[in-house]
Design a protein around this ligand. Structure first.
Ligand code: MN
Length: 390
């Protein structure tokens, strides 16, 4: 089995449909440009039947980036599939992504359909989509809560009907890594080389990345994810996290993606500037504090040898450099280093005096001191010395 994992980005679809994340067509195009630069394999640009804007976004993205695989979402019904096909008419590498719920709970309460009906509609939708495009993906919505026997049956049926990718989403973020790995492993075994098995996880219990990784180990070779982990409710698998885990721990996860990780931070920043919120400060990889060190012991170790407290080179993900936050937990070593970086060479007594003034201020702060404040404290010390000399 190949070690290549395909990254299917759904920032512009699942991400965009969550609160505070709506994007206009020009905004989707700006984001798409960055995602292409990042090297995503498939770019899901919208759900064309859902709105005119989504239809236009898929059309615009596929015209602007003809060499990229562009996906359009469609429920497993004629109108949706035809609308998706129409939105992709200018795409050179179009993918229709059709889905229907397969769990008993969704069948009974939402669709009010039998398993036989659902299977029939799924197969019909895939066959219809295949008349327009070669590349069809089928998603068994709520797959992780679907009877494994039925999941296997419908997966084989859609592949026989022409689907190349079978996605088994953990739509409600209910699964756990070991369980999800088993679910995925069973479908991988059933489909063999006939299709790529894909995963799509939600973060309702904070397990989306862990579940996606367990799925890769079980044989999944496409991961659906979003920048900053945006998406319905608690969001989707975070693209930057899953990619950086694979890159940082090849000893545990011997797989590769086509992502140019140096663009991760700028992709995160661009998305934050388009939607209404950014990642939380302590978000892995792209959060404001992801490479910030404040505790004195950590700063001292970091200054002696970065690898003592830093497992990812910030530059490898596009973050300018590791940050030492000068706050009340900082020690002399970090303060001296910052002064040197700012162009001040302090003697030991000067540093000691500065450190006293610094901690007096920092003690009352929730946040670290800015460079300008450090400089002001240095100047203050120089004034005190001048007065003393006078
Ligand atoms: Mn989803």
């Amino acid at each position: 089995m190949s070690d290549r994992v395909y990254i299917f980005d759904t920032t512009l679809r699942d991400g965009e449909q969550s609160p505070g994340c709506s994007m206009t067509v020009p905004e989707k195009l700006r984001m798409a440009r960055k995602l292409v630069e990042l090297g995503v394999d498939v770019l899901e640009a919208g759900f064309p039947i859902a709105s005119q804007g989504d239809f236009e976004a898929v059309d615009a993205v596929s015209r602007e980036f003809p060499w990229v695989q562009v996906a359009a979402l469609a429920r497993s019904c004629t109108l949706d599939v035809e609308r998706a096909a129409q939105s992709l008419r200018h795409a050179r590498r179009p993918r229709i992504h059709t889905f229907i719920a397969t769990s008993d709970i969704h069948l009974k309460y939402k669709l009010k359909k039998s398993r036989e009906q659902v299977l029939e509609e799924a197969v019909a939708a895939v066959e219809l989509a295949r008349r327009d495009v070669d590349d069809v993906e089928f998603s068994a919505e709520d797959g992780s809560r679907t009877d494994p026997v039925f999941l296997e049956e419908i997966s084989k049926a859609v592949v026989a009907a022409g689907a190349r990718t079978v996605n088994i989403p953990d739509t409600v973020g209910f699964s756990t890594p070991a369980e999800y790995g088993q679910i995925i492993g069973r479908v991988v075994q059933a489909l063999g080389d006939c299709a790529i098995v894909s995963v799509h996880c939600h973060d309702d219990m904070g397990l989306a990345v862990a579940n996606s990784l367990a799925a890769i180990e079980a044989g999944a070779r496409q991961v659906e994810c979003t920048i900053n982990g945006i998406g319905e409710r608690a969001g989707n698998t975070s693209l930057e996290e899953v990619v950086v885990v694979l890159k940082t721990r090849p000893d545990v996860y011997p797989y590769r993606t086509g992502i140019q990780t140096e663009h991760l931070f700028s992709a995160s920043e661009l998305l934050s500037s388009i939607i209404t919120f950014g990642p939380q400060p302590n978000k892995a990889i792209v959060g404001r504090n992801a490479f910030a060190h404040e505790a004195g012991i950590h700063q001292d170790g970091y200054l002696k040898e970065k690898s003592t407290y830093e497992i990812i080179d910030p530059r490898s993900v596009g973050v300018p450099e590791g940050k030492l936050v000068l706050g009340k937990h900082s020690g002399r070593h970090a303060l001296l280093k910052r002064c040197q970086d700012l162009g001040f060479d302090l003697t030991r007594p000067e540093l000691d005096a500065l450190y006293q003034r610094f901690t007096a201020v920092a003690d009352h702060r929730k946040k670290g001191l800015m460079d300008e404040e450090i400089i002001a404290l240095i100047h203050e010390g120089q004034k005190i010395q001048t007065v003393a000399a006078d």
